[in-house]
Design a protein around this ligand. Structure first.
Ligand code: NAD
Ligand code: DAU
Length: 338
């Protein structure tokens, strides 16, 4: 089976490509624009595989996408490429809407024209918005996105679904909770806090730090996507949660304990506008239909992730140079007054 993966140089996409090449017999064509979040260093372990090909390109480039899909004739497209960061979507929504909505449209059109046998659209639990406890979102839960990022993902989910209903394109949608693990760009909570803590820098906690997220180890997410690729039913949506809900401050405390750094590094800073208070997801459907379940225990996964960042300081300093510094300044200077 041959698949086109989009966004395979990013955090989750690269974990999926490494798993597909290392643990399955899938042939993978990786289409990635190499934005600030895309990094071919994430793929050195698969770069020379005969079952792997990298194509540098933008999913919004209709001519390029059409030519690639027509040339490769893949059995499936697994679509990860996105602008994935909520804070950046608040600072600068245009590239978010462009890639997440227009880019998805471009791919759906090429998939339709070339009669692709499966289109896995990788989405997020953020489309359900903030949930009051004890509610959990199942796949029928109403969409209620809060940020330009989550609204662009919800819009692309609806567009993907319309291609199933109207054109019978075999679309399957996944909605996962917060991922963590090796190779995550240090703009997201866990890698940002780890890389700051390892350098004794302040840990910027938004608001009161009591916002709740459900943590999913990235390899558990990738196994869920493989299960959906193979066994998911056309036109269906599958939630993929980590079954480990924690307030942000608990995550930061655990991380400080493992790194043996002081709590005095914590800085309470101005909250994110429109900040969702709580996400909670039921993955019962995926578990029932495919036998998938998340296997990584959070404490083990966090310790493993911290060790990876300790062992890969060259990767960290590379991705934190240049553009990252400008972003960090823009997002944090006004919050911390530093
Ligand atoms: P990421 O930001 O780490 O990587 C995104 C990748 O997409 C990068 O390699 C980037 O170069 C590429 N890309 C961006 N714009 C592109 C374009 N126009 N054309 C081609 N490539 C482009 O993202 P991630 O955290 O790995 O997330 C991957 C997917 O999973 C996204 O669709 C995201 O919405 C979804 N998701 C993420 C999480 C999470 O916790 N990170 C949770 C649930 C769902
Ligand atoms: O829920 C799935 C989503 O998880 C994905 O769709 C997104 O792509 C991914 O970025 C993530 O979104 P979040 O906004 O939940 O992740 P982030 O790591 O940015 O923030 C997690 C929580 O930590 C959130 O409540 C905001 C808070 N936070 C984040 C940062 C970066 C802080 O308190 N301080 C920070 O510096």
């Amino acid at each position: 089976m041959k698949i086109i993966v989009t966004g395979g140089a990013g955090f989750i996409g690269s974990a999926f490509v490494r798993m597909a090449i290392g643990e399955t017999d899938l042939e993978v064509v990786n289409l990635d624009a190499l934005t600030y979040a895309g990094n071919l260093e994430n793929l050195t372990s698969v770069a020379t595989s005969e079952r792997y090909r990298f194509v540098h390109g933008d999913i919004c480039d209709a001519a390029l996408v059409e030519a690639l899909v027509a040339e490769e004739k893949p059995d499936a497209i697994v679509h990860f490429a996105a602008e994935s960061h909520v804070d950046r979507s608040i600072l600068s929504p245009e590239p978010v809407v462009r890639t997440n909505f227009n880019g998805t449209f471009t791919l759906l059109e090429a998939a339709k024209r070339n009669q692709i046998g499966r289109f896995v659209h990788v989405s997020t639990d953020e489309v359900y918005g903030s949930l009051e406890a004890p509610h959990e979102a199942d796949e029928q839960y109403p969409l209620n996105p809060s940020s330009p990022y989550s609204a662009s993902k919800a819009a692309s989910d609806l567009l993907a679904r319309s291609y199933f209903v109207t054109f019978h394109l075999p679309v399957v949608i996944t909605r996962a909770s917060n991922n963590y693990g090796p190779y995550q760009f240090p703009e997201k909570l866990i890698p940002l806090m780890i890389s700051n803590a390892l350098e004794d820098k302040a840990l910027p906690v938004y608001g009161d730090g009591q916002q709740i997220r459900d943590w999913l180890y990235v390899e558990d997410h990738c196994r869920g996507i493989l299960a959906v690729l193979r066994q998911g039913r056309e036109g269906e949506i599958y939630n993929i949660g980590g079954n480990r809900s924690l307030p942000n401050l608990d995550v930061v405390h655990q991380l400080l304990a493992i790194t043996e750094k002081p709590e005095s590094l914590i800085r309470y800073v101005t909250d994110r506008p429109g900040h969702d208070r709580r996400y909670a997801l039921s993955s019962e459907k995926l578990m029932r239909e495919t036998g998938w379940e998340p296997v990584m225990n959070f404490e083990t996964g966090l310790a493993r992730t911290i060790q990876w960042y300790r062992d890969n300081s060259a990767w960290v300093s590379h991705v934190r140079s240049g553009e990252y510094r400008a972003y960090y300044e823009t997002n944090y200077a006004h919050r911390t007054g530093e």
